[in-house]
Every structure is written in structure tokens, then in C-alpha cells.
Design a protein around this ligand. Structure first.
Ligand SMILES: *Cc1c(COP(=O)(O)O)cnc(C)c1O
Length: 353
């Protein structure tokens, strides 16, 4: 039976990307590594749509979130975090762990972060506003441009986690005035976990100078120095760098805009399809429904559906926490094509209680 991996992360890794890792080891100080690093760095700048440097960290996505806090903030800084689900809540808890003063602005599961509601909590003392681009626990994406427009002339940095967005949902770091943008390898970039990516603009780098939080492994000043020679301060996950290199080639061969359009079309088909079958989606408004994963509501049946789909070779994810019985999540990130969406819908149609 053909397996279709439609997870929300880690996502399906294409054969080409797997093959790119099947090769002898190389030194991370060799010219061959440096060439690969350069290509990945340039490719990631296109995905982030930025002229700023994108640094390659060896960690899962959470590491880049932590790097943002350690490098650009100081103990006691006031920050605002829009909380719409588990990943945004993790950002708030992490900021608290670093002794920042956190104001949480809470939204119900399925709601987007409303810009006016968040901005009402921002004062002259606010040093940063943390927004998850795509909240993977509820299948909702936020309007980063609207936040950038409102924050660019304030003292607050806009920190955006696009771990489950970038390369599936458009994200325009420079045009949207995002000060810190981060992502990781195992979501829409369709490679194994192991790398995270972070970019800072000038405003964010200025904060690095005054930050008093200790850092060592994630000291971005070191990453900046090593980037000049297309290297990283410590041994990176070299094989994941090979994988990202190949995945970026695939994205640019298909055409970045075509990739984004495929995610959009797959999402629309999937949402229409589940509705035809009598299910719903968790996002309150279709405009805010994620284009990289769909949170499907199925009251009291979600766990059974996930198990049934798995028995038919379709791997999706359940809902987190108290949503586990009533919702499941279907990833359409990266290596997912219309035939996968059709196979998912055909199989879901066969589910009987
Ligand atoms: C997956 C994810 C992360 C990071 O998770 P890791 O397991 O550390 O890679 C962060 N934010 C969002 C929105 C995610 O979907």
C-alpha cells in the first residue's frame, strides 16, 4: 500500500531529498560545504523575501525561537505575545523563562490574532510583539503585514515564527517590516528536522548590542562572523544542509509562485471536500485558514478517523490537548500534491463509525 504522509511536521521527504543525503561525509570547513552553505543561504533569502542574511542554526524550530529571545532582548523587557494555540503559548512561556515581562493576548482556538486587540496592549515600553505566522495547533494563519504596518514606527520589534509557514505561505520579511523572522527544516521545506533559520533586520541587530541575556550556542554575533566564510560556528547538521539544498532546488524548479499556488489550491480543495462530506474546519473565518495544514472538525470522532486513515495508508495528525477528540490536522506542506488531497478525501468518505 502506498503511504501518503500528510503530517503537519515532520513532513514527507521527497525521494530526491533523501537521495541527496546518501553520500559520503564532508568536513563543515571544506570548500564543498561552503558552496552548499552559500546556495542554501541564498535560497533561504528568497523564501524569506529579504535582503537580510538568513543564519542556519542546528536545532529544531524551537531553537530559533530561543535565539530570537536570547539575542534581541534583556531581562525585564516588556513584550506582548498573541496566544492562539500551543505554539504561541510556547513562545510566551519561553519569554517568561528568560524573565521577560509577558503580556499574553489570548484568542479562542480557531481565531486569528486580531491586530487592534493586540495593538491595544502595546505601549511605549513594549520591546517586542511575538506573532506566530501559522499556528499549527489550530490551523490558522496571521496577517503579518498588518502587524508590521502598525509596529514599524514603534519601539517594539515584530518577531514572527514562520516555522510552519515559510515555503508554503508567502512571507515577505522586508516588505512587511518583520524585524525577526524564523523557520525550520521539517515543515514546508520538506526535509528532516535538524536545522532552523533566523534572520534579523537592522532594527533587531541594534538590539543585540544592548541585550544582557547570556547566550553561547545561539550567539548570533558568532553566526554572523562565520556566515562571511559560508560556515557556522560549530558543526552543523551537514546532512540536513544537503537536504535543504536539494529541497530548495525542487522549489525553484517548480517555481516559488507555483509552489505557493499549489498550497493555496490544495487547501481550497481540501476545505471544500471535507465540507461536502459533512465535516467542518476549526478556523472561524476561511480567510484565516492555514494554507499549509487544515484543522478538520469531527466532533467526538477525530481519533477514530485518524486511526482509520492510518489503516488506509494516510498519515495525518490528531488535535492537541483538549481538541484531540474533536479535531484532526491534515498537513499539505511541501511534498503534497492534488492526487494526495483526492486520496485523502476518497478515504475520508469511506469512514463509517
Ligand atoms: C513545528 C513548530 C515549531 C517548532 O517546533 P520544533 O519541534 O522545535 O521544530 C514552532 N512553531 C510552530 C508554529 C511550529 O509549527
Amino acid at each position: 500500500m502506498k503511504q501518503r504522509i500528510m503530517m503537519v511536521g515532520p513532513t514527507d521527504v521527497p525521494e530526491r531529498v533523501l537521495d541527496a543525503m546518501h553520500r559520503p561525509s564532508i568536513s563543515h570547513r571544506s570548500p564543498e560545504y561552503m558552496e552548499t552553505h552559500q546556495r542554501v543561504r541564498d535560497g533561504l533569502k528568497k523564501i524569506f523575501q529579504t535582503e537580510n542574511e538568513v543564519y542556519i542554526l542546528t536545532s529544531s524550530g524551537t531553537g530559533a525561537m530561543e535565539a530570537a529571545i536570547q539575542n534581541c532582548f534583556s531581562f525585564g523587557d516588556e513584550v506582548v505575545v498573541a496566544v492562539m494555540g500551543d505554539f504561541s503559548d510556547q513562545f510566551a512561556r519561553m519569554a517568561e523563562a528568560y524573565q521577560l515581562k509577558v503580556r499574553r493576548v489570548k484568542f479562542e482556538a480557531g481565531e486569528r490574532a486580531d491586530v487592534d486587540t493586540v495593538m491595544a496592549q502595546v505601549t511605549d515600553a513594549t520591546k517586542g510583539v511575538f506573532i506566530i505566522h501559522n499556528e499549527s495547533s489550530t490551523g490558522v494563519f496571521n496577517d503579518l503585514k498588518a502587524f508590521g504596518d502598525r509596529l514599524k514606527d514603534t519601539n517594539a520589534l515584530l518577531i514572527a515564527d514562520s516555522v510552519s509557514g515559510a515555503a508554503g505561505l508567502p512571507v515577505k520579511m522586508d516588505e512587511w517590516n518583520i524585524d525577526i523572522l524564523l523557520s525550520s527544516s521539517q515543515k514546508a521545506l520538506m526535509t528532516p528536522a535538524g536545522l532552523s533559520f533566523i534572520s534579523l533586520n537592522k532594527r533587531a541587530w541594534d538590539r543585540v548590542e544592548s541585550s544582557n541575556i547570556p547566550k553561547y550556542y545561539f550567539d548570533l554575533r558568532k553566526a554572523r562572523d562565520f556566515q562571511e566564510k559560508n560556515q557556522t560556528p560549530n558543526t552543523p547538521a551537514v546532512y540536513t544542509v544537503f537536504a535543504v539544498d536539494e529541497a530548495l532546488k525542487m522549489i525553484f524548479e517548480e517555481g516559488y509562485d507555483n509552489v505557493i499556488r499549489r498550497h493555496e489550491e490544495n487547501t481550497q480543495r481540501l476545505i471544500a471536500g471535507v465540507r461536502e462530506l459533512g465535516y467542518g474546519i476549526l478556523p472561524k473565518e476561511d480567510a484565516g485558514a492555514s494554507r499549509t495544514l487544515t484543522a478538520v472538525t469531527a466532533k467526538g470522532k477525530a481519533k477514530k478517523i485518524v486511526a482509520f486513515l492510518q489503516s488506509e495508508g494516510i498519515i495525518v495528525n490528531g488535535g492537541l490537548g483538549n481538541l484531540a477528540e474533536d479535531m484532526f490536522r491534515v498537513g499539505i506542506m511541501g511534498h503534497v500534491y492534488p492526487e494526495d488531497v483526492e486520496a485523502f478525501l476518497d478515504t475520508l468518505a469511506k469512514f463509517k463509525e
